[in-house]
Design a protein. Sequence first.
Length: 184
Amino acid sequence: MTFIEEFLETYSDAESPTSFFYWSALASISAVVRKNVYINKRIYKLYPNLYIMFVAKSGLRKGYPIKQAQKIVEATEVVKVISGRNSIQSIIQELSRQWTLETGKVQKDAQALIVNDELDALLIGDPAAQTILTTLYDSFYHTKSWTNTLKKEYFNNLINFNWIKNISISFLGYTLESLDFPSI
């Protein structure tokens, strides 16, 4: 039995649509395999970093499959899981930090699963946030590192986050249907 089949079977009695569990399982795989799996396109490598967004009406239990996928990825301890309320700047800062696993192994790469319970709650008001996330998604363009310079007003100087290396970001979240963003 594959991971996806087992994931679907485990939650077969849940109220959430099966498709939400299927895509949550794919996001989990995407996050965990990082840049260890790719398709060689000759001039670049295409990595399986997926950005998955459920767009559905209220009451369809969108969050449950996402939380189950988040728990699985957190248990692997191979990538960071970024969730909760964030600014795009705090996400970039978190990606630039190295972290140590309980085994003592140090992770230096900018590899993460970004998870949200509601898109508006994940990224606080910054019109550039979506564009920056899209740039980070295109990680196959960033062969060695990605440079971003931010101004921190309380320090009144520039801080260069050029140490964001080996980027591999997957995204899993949901938002409610609206007239501005219709579901497919």
